[in-house]
Design a protein around this ligand. Structure first.
Ligand code: PMV
Length: 325
């Protein structure tokens, strides 16, 4: 009745932006990501017959009511699969900068799903685990796997065909992702709200949807051929299209701050100097810079020269879910 699992966060190179079903976390478009070694969540789930309500401990403290409720609702899904109603103590340690465009929810829900399922000894394969994790946070569906991962949006109304698959294992292609920390402030608009406003009001949303399939094909081809330039170009372009789509929403959704732009400009300068570097930005102001491992130290130093950059953390392809106990 007790298990511990570890899951790493991922950075989307072709983004998921917009839901077709809010309750089941079904996406409008497929997406593609790289699981990162540097950021992860370790979660223990212990089902206990002697407690009357779920307890969620996050980083050594009792989590606030909103976070506890979300975890409890997610545990209900696991309890449903196991046909039990026993409450649980969930203990999570997050090695992810919270709510600033680093998808802590991705590693968080992937680890919670894995630990909960193992604690009940449920016979779920990886695809089913991905489906379960998806219902905590869409991006969590991809953190079930290591390396390069694609989340197929699926067609069915019940979401049983909307899960991730691994394209390339973490050891099969060494690339670097510099995680550029520009602020530790919490983001103001959640990805959930940002997506909903964009889908409902942005005149550019149809344009976004109409080009994702082509971007995915380009990215998959680049990964297959280990073509770094092609992967970098399509990733950067896809991120910019996602943010352009949000800027067209009413009210507009903008996750950038001046340092976000400064980092983007610096990456462009580095490219003009002949370095292979490309940026991507999620639903927050921080930037991830893709580069070749041999250029990592130099590019890290050049990004650190920007006075308002707080830190730059080098990341590499990381593993999928692992079980500690
Ligand atoms: O599933 P969420 O709530 O973490 O939303 C993810 C949204 C983006 O990070 C912007 C894109 C993505 O595919 O991860």
């Amino acid at each position: 009745m007790k298990a511990t699992a570890k899951a790493h966060t991922n950075i989307a190179l072709i983004k998921y932006w917009g839901k077709r079903d809010q309750a089941l976390f079904l996406p409008m478009n497929s997406s593609l990501s790289l699981t990162l070694d540097a950021f992860y969540t370790t979660t223990t789930v212990a089902f206990k017959s002697d407690i009357k309500e779920d307890v969620f401990m996050l980083d050594g403290h009792r989590a606030n009511e909103a976070a506890s409720l979300k975890v409890s609702l997610f545990l209900d899904k696991i309890r449903g699969l196991g046909d039990i109603d026993t409450k649980a103590v969930v203990t999570s340690i997050n090695h992810v900068p919270y709510a600033a465009g680093f998808a802590s929810s991705a590693s968080g829900y992937a680890a919670l799903a894995a630990a909960g399922v193992k604690a009940l000894a449920l016979p779920l394969d990886r695809a089913s685990l991905s489906i379960l994790a998806r219902q905590g946070s869409g991006s969590a569906s991809r953190s079930v796997y290591g390396g390069f991962v694609k989340w197929n949006k699926g067609q069915l109304a019940d979401g049983t065909d909307s899960y991730a698959e691994q394209l390339l294992k973490e050891e099969e292609w060494q690339v670097s992702v510099l995680s550029v920390h520009v602020t530790s402030e919490e983001k103001k608009i959640s990805s959930r709200d940002g997506m909903a406003i964009t889908v409902a009001t942005s005149p550019f949303y149809d344009g976004w949807l109409s080009t994702v399939a082509e971007d995915l094909t380009m990215a998959e081809e680049a990964i297959h051929d280990r073509n770094f330039t092609q992967l970098g170009q399509v990733s950067e372009s896809n991120a910019l299209k996602m943010h352009a789509t949000m800027l067209g929403a009413r009210p507009p959704v903008c996750y950038w701050n001046p340092t976000t732009m400064a980092v983007m400009m610096r990456v462009k300068e580095l490219r003009q100097e002949g370095y292979e570097a490309y940026y991507t930005v999620d639903a927050g102001p921080n930037v991830k810079v893709l580069c070749l491992p041999g250029d990592e130290a130099l590019i890290q130093a050049r990004l650190m020269e920007i006075p308002t950059v707080e830190k730059v953390i080098p990341c590499h392809p990381g593993p999928g879910i692992t079980y500690i106990t």
